[in-house]
Design a protein around this ligand. Structure first.
Ligand SMILES: [Zn+2]
Length: 288
């Protein structure tokens, strides 16, 4: 084959590839717009008001944005019941809402590598493999959730439901596992998600690594922290646990970990403490 013909075929192939890639993206955006603009079912709003305490704190503009995200999330992800659990709208909407709270106020990626959410009725038993040197050790552990880079999140519905209505507990398995999904978007689970323009990688690395080491020291010496000791396991768990605390106990976190709070506020583009303070002021005003 002569050189000009080869160049022509190559250019045509690149053109075709770009055409299909662009069409795919345009079709996806079109489909998302249609999902986003669908009327939000009143019974779903009832589920949010009953089951997701954070939803009640959101300003109206973010509630509207969240409803659009939920429509897209539910239109794109598959839910599978495990251990005999039948998937209902209550389960789908309660999980989708909390997963999508992490996407508010910024360009949402809708967890591009996630396809399926597996839901068990309660805590489930899974095999854990630990590698020490050349040896693999296996043990069975009880879990409330898992996040995998291969396209799955696993959740225990009992934990999801209880933690979604209880901010004081500071635990939220959905926020935890979907923070892992954000972290894993670059293919690695290392506590370093892809940062937006408003967050500096240098400051993020300095603050999070300092705070992670502090939590490790506290855990080793048996001292209490507002963040769960599980965050001291590794940097990925630290980011997931810090995310739970940021949304569930923002007041205490801002007071005891102001630098970490600032980094998470900049990464998520939200200040949950403001939602709670505004809500409290409105409640006081109404009661006066
Ligand atoms: Zn975790």
């Amino acid at each position: 084959m002569t050189a000009p013909i080869s160049a022509f075929i190559l250019t045509a192939l690149i053109g075709l590839f770009l055409f299909f890639a662009l069409s795919k993206r345009q079709f996806r955006n079109y489909r998302r717009e249609r999902l986003r603009s669908k009327p939000f079912p009143p019974e779903w709003e009832g589920i949010l008001n009953r089951n997701v305490v954070l939803y009640g704190y959101l300003p109206d503009s973010l509630k509207k944005e969240l409803q659009g995200h939920i429509q897209i999330f539910l239109g794109e992800k598959i839910f599978e019941g495990c251990g005999g659990l039948e998937i209902t709208d209550e389960i789908r909407v309660t999980i989708a809402a909390q997963a999508c709270i992490l996407l508010l106020n910024r360009k949402p990626t809708y967890y591009p590598t996630l396809y399926t959410i597996l839901v068990y009725p309660g805590a489930y038993v899974a095999k854990k493999t630990t590698v020490v040197g050349m040896q693999h050790f296996e043990e069975m552990t009880v879990r409330a959730g898992e996040s995998w880079t291969r396209g799955e999140v696993v959740l225990a519905w009992d934990n999801v439901r209880q933690e979604a209505i209880d901010l004081a507990g500071g635990h939220n398995v959905v926020l935890h596992e979907f923070a892992h999904q954000l972290d894993q978007e670059d293919g690695r689970s290392d506590g370093a998600p892809i940062l937006g323009k408003q967050t500096s990688y240098k400051t993020w690395a300095r603050v999070l690594s300092k705070e992670y080491q502090n939590l490790r020291r506290k855990t080793l010496t048996g001292r209490h922290d507002i963040m769960d000791a599980y965050g001291a396991t590794n940097p990925a768990e630290f980011f997931a646990v810090a995310t739970e605390t940021f949304f569930e106990r923002p007041k205490q976190m801002k007071l005891t970990h102001p630098e970490l709070y600032k980094e998470l506020e900049s990464y998520y583009g939200m200040d949950p403490l403001k939602w709670i303070e505004n809500n409290d002021q409105t409640a006081k005003g109404a009661g006066a």
